[in-house]
Design a protein. Structure first.
Length: 35
């Protein structure tokens, strides 16, 4: 659930996201790497 909450926040923060599908994937990878 944390990943889903972080994804939408990043979308709002970034004004120029090409596709919302690619952003969540990058965020997921970053979170997984951190963990």
């Amino acid at each position: 659930m944390i990943f889903e909450r972080i994804a939408p926040e990043q979308h709002d923060t970034l004004d120029g996201v090409p596709e919302p599908s690619e952003t969540p994937r990058l965020v997921g990878h970053g979170q997984a790497a951190a963990m």
